[in-house]
Ligand binder design. Structure first.
Ligand code: PEP
Ligand code: MN
Length: 332
């Protein structure tokens, strides 16, 4: 249950009531809010006189629920506004990993050429093998920051674990919490303590409830700027890398107030399917897209098979506007 306390309730009182009701206390719009476990069905007597408004929730999908906030949140991703009433489908692109200044500059220039506002590339890669390329680390973050300064792009990169989260927060505009990291509560809690937008990817074995609950760690920590990203789940099928769960996306659109980004690149795992999938995603009227591009995918140090070369990306990008338009959206 979410309980908005009356404006005049002091911090001390809110904290005391929080302990009593086993709630998280959130300061929001100049007032205190208690988020109790969802098992609570009614406002207890001792809270009645402090309560301004209450929202009963039937699961721990609370702050992210449309029952609490009926319209999708608006979140600023650099110059691009996502969610809310915008009808924007925000394109985010870039290589899987920052590999060199030359490579990331080429990707940034592709963004400028097409009008894409958000550049994405990994610096701390969550590889399945310790023998694979692990990312450029801090040097990569510095290169991304240089791209922001030089081209005015917003940059997003992923945090692999809690050891380098402060660096990622310092250098980037948007924090990506990857499919493997989304259960790391150290990361989620740190993301809750800042105001920069956080993009959380769904783990490949994560239920929708668990996915949304990961976002609740950030929201209940005080950061309202959370975006969800579906990137494919593991099914019995092995011909494609993962299975893009569009049913899950329909569920998230219906029941949550968080903007939703789709990542066909990691779901498909192969460049050949990405354009069709991206158009299918766009036709769902979603809030954003995340597509991997590389100046020369054949030599990419991670996710080589799925990255689009620039010509493939240009062709795909140009084909999206009419699809977006057909569902009342525009590509931003
Ligand atoms: C990535 O975005 O490059 C990545 C590793 O994604 P995921 O966390 O979805 O596997
Ligand atoms: Mn990748």
């Amino acid at each position: 249950m979410i309980i908005h306390l009356k404006n005049e309730t002091s911090k001390e009182k809110a904290n005391e009531l929080g302990v009593q009701s086993q709630s998280i206390v959130l300061h929001q719009n100049n007032a205190y809010v208690l988020i109790t476990p969802s098992s609570l069905k009614e406002v207890p007597d001792y809270l009645q006189s402090y309560t301004e408004q209450s929202f009963y929730m039937d699961s721990d999908m609370q702050l992210s629920s449309k029952k609490y906030m009926p319209t999708t949140r608006n979140i600023q991703l650099g110059d691009a506004l996502i969610g809310g009433s915008t009808k924007n489908t925000v394109m985010i692109t870039g290589p899987c990993s920052v590999e060199s200044e030359e490579q990331i500059t080429a990707c940034a220039e592709l963004c400028i050429e097409l009008g894409v506002k958000v550049l994405r590339a990994g610096c701390y890669k969550p590889r399945t093998s310790p023998y694979s390329f692990q990312g450029m680390g801090l040097e990569g973050l510095q290169l991304l920051a240089r791209m922001r300064e030089k081209y005015g792009l917003a940059v997003i990169t992923e945090v692999r674990d809690a050891t380098h989260i402060d660096e990622v927060i310092e250098y980037t505009d948007i924090i990506q919490v990857g499919a493997k990291a989304m259960y790391d509560q150290g990361i989620l809690r740190k993301c809750g303590a800042i105001q920069k937008p956080v993009l959380i990817k769904r783990g490949f074995g994560t239920t929708l409830q668990e996915f949304v609950q990961a976002s609740e760690f950030v929201l209940s920590g005080g950061n309202p700027n959370v975006v969800l990203c579906e990137r494919g789940i593991r099914t019995f099928e092995t011909k494609t890398r993962f299975t893009l769960d569009l049913c899950g996306v329909a569920y998230l659109k219906e029941y949550t107030n968080l903007p939703i980004i789709l990542d066909p690149s990691h779901a498909m795992g192969y460049a050949y399917g990405i354009a069709d999938l991206t158009r299918a995603c766009t036709a769902m009227g979603i809030d954003g897209l995340l597509i991997e591009t590389h100046p020369n995918p054949k030599v990419a140090k991670s996710d080589a098979a799925q990255q689009l070369n620039f010509e493939e990306f240009r062709n795909l990008y140009r084909s999206l506007e009419p699809v977006a338009k057909a569902v009342g959206h525009q590509i931003v």
